[in-house]
Write a protein that binds this ligand. Structure first.
Ligand code: GUN
Length: 294
């Protein structure tokens, strides 16, 4: 394999070290640690793992960490009441409502109820607008896109001037915000998606390719431009009968082994973007704490 394998775990550690140092400076000044509340509704096993990891990392970083596990039968009104309580709690700087929510709950209404100053996911329209208008210093930026950008920077440096960036996927959580971040770094950005004609040809133009479609190994080696930097945001669990009856394994949206023959650098799955998401959540919580305390 020719490509550099971008070590998301190691880069996440440097982000976490900075967040911990910032938390240590914040705590004596504010007379309290930064506080993060993570809310999970229902029992989706993948979400349970993510939420547990987020709470555990917050504790390790010295934060006040709260995890609220609500039953799948929780009503929208009950969830909104919890969000209101967390908004009003002066010791909580960050509120994260894990998605997806059960279909009985209006996700937009819940995300809009979170105080934008505590919106460490960056999903509130105020933060979406700040990001879109380029006011990133004041915005809370979604964690996965912010982490993906740091991985790209680790290879290419801060400026993407003259580079073609292709984002595959147009979700509010990843596709749209990473496109905004790449644009701010002066990349020429294309957002492709499931209805794009000749997706392979579009991908082949990419100096920077971000895959966030949620389809296991959809992006093949011959879709990669030689020398491209490939960031694979996908986390897909697929059957792995070779490991035994009923076993599974995690793969990304990119056929990593094939792509690594062609690319300059590529993120692995697991161990690429995943650890960055959690690290950026800690960084966003400290940022929110500093912004709130002034
Ligand atoms: N579900 C998948 N990714 C995310 C994320 O970044 N934040 C939240 N809240 N839910 C998610």
């Amino acid at each position: 394999m020719a490509a550099e394998i971008i070590d998301g775990k190691a880069i996440a550690q440097t982000v976490l070290a900075k967040a911990r140092a910032a938390a240590s400076a914040f705590t004596p000044r504010a007379g309290r640690p930064p506080g993060l509340a993570v809310v999970l509704v229902g029992e989706d096993p993948a979400s349970q793992v993510y939420v547990r990891n987020k709470s555990r990392e917050a504790e390790a970083a010295g934060f006040r960490s709260e995890q609220h596990n609500l039953p799948v039968t929780t009503t929208e009104a009950e969830l909104l009441a919890l969000v209101a309580r967390l908004n009003a709690d002066p010791g909580i700087d960050g509120i994260l409502v894990q998605l997806p929510l059960p279909r009985t709950i209006d996700t937009d209404r819940v995300l809009m109820a979170v105080d934008p100053a505590k919106d460490v996911d960056g999903f509130h329209p105020v933060n979406v607008g700040l990001l879109g208008s380029g006011a990133t210093a004041r915005a809370l930026v979604p964690c996965t896109p912010a982490g993906s950008l740091i991985l790209i920077e680790s290879v290419l440096g801060p400026s993407l001037a003259g580079k073609q960036a292709v984002v595959v996927g147009r979700s509010n959580i990843v596709g749209k915000p990473i496109a905004q971040l790449l644009l701010q770094r002066d990349a020429t950005v294309t957002i492709a998606h499931s209805k794009t004609a000749d997706l392979a040809a579009v991908c082949r133009r990419a100096d920077v390719l971000v895959a966030a479609v949620g389809r296991p190994e959809m992006i093949r080696g011959d879709w990669i431009r030689p020398g491209a930097v490939v960031v694979d945001v996908g986390i897909n669990r697929i059957p792995a009968p070779e490991r035994g009856e009923g076993r599974t394994r995690l793969v990304g949206d990119v056929a990593t082994r094939e792509a690594a023959e062609i690319a300059r650098a590529i993120t692995p799955v697991p161990g690429g973007v995943g650890p960055m998401t959690i690290a950026l959540l800690m960084a966003n919580t400290v940022t929110a704490a500093h912004l709130r305390e002034g």
